[in-house]
Design a protein around this ligand. Structure first.
Ligand SMILES: Nc1ncnc2c1ncn2[C@@H]1O[C@H](COP(=O)(O)OP(=O)(O)O)[C@@H](O)[C@H]1O
Ligand SMILES: [Mg+2]
Length: 160
């Protein structure tokens, strides 16, 4: 699913900083992986590359067989939407949308019909025990409930 080969990344600046030095990583479908390391060791740098939020200098990143390199912003956004789910410590739910609308939003951008995206979103909210909260707004929910909405939003693409 995820293959990194000899990935190198240097932050340019007055003092260039070579953060990722020949990273190799293979993650299979269904595998759960944690990335641990000292503060400043390059975890966020690596995750930004995996999430197609930043570029690397040399090496190769294959995501589900697609070479992720020098993508246009449009193509990068399409791959992020279809293949990557982000869950943030601070939720990043949209405050003026209900729980179910938040989960539906990525499907809206994929062009999924209103009926289908509502059905998929409700299925994911149900799996996360949030059926009763579907019509509530984020500011009416607890931290754990908000985080489950964010998880449903990140996972719903797997249902497609
Ligand atoms: N945009 C940037 N420009 C320059 N240096 C950066 C940038 N982002 C991170 N760094 C530096 O790269 C190193 C790795 O940072 P980071 O990946 O955020 O580490 P971690 O997430 O493991 O704490 C740190 O020394 C940090 O100061
Ligand atoms: Mg970090």
């Amino acid at each position: 699913m995820i293959h990194l080969r000899d990935i190198n990344k240097t932050y340019q600046g007055a003092q260039p900083l070579h953060v990722l030095k020949g990273i190799n990583l293979d993650i299979a479908e269904g595998e759960f992986v944690s990335i641990m390391g000292a503060s400043g060791s390059g975890k966020s740098t690596l995750l930004n590359i995996l999430g197609i939020l930043d570029n690397y200098d040399t090496g190769e990143y294959l995501l589900a067989g697609n070479l992720i390199k020098n993508l246009s912003e449009t193509r990068a956004a399409e791959y992020r939407n279809r293949m990557i789910g982000f869950i943030f410590q601070s939720f990043n739910l949209i405050g003026f949308k209900t729980a179910v609308e938040n989960v539906e939003l990525p499907l809206y951008y994929q062009g999924v019909s209103r009926r289908t995206r509502h059905k998929l979103a409700m299925e994911w909210l149900d799996r996360l025990g949030l059926t009763q909260w579907a019509e509530h707004y984020p500011n009416e929910m607890s931290g754990g409930q908000k985080q489950r909405v964010a998880i449903a939003r990140a996972l719903k693409k797997l249902a497609l």
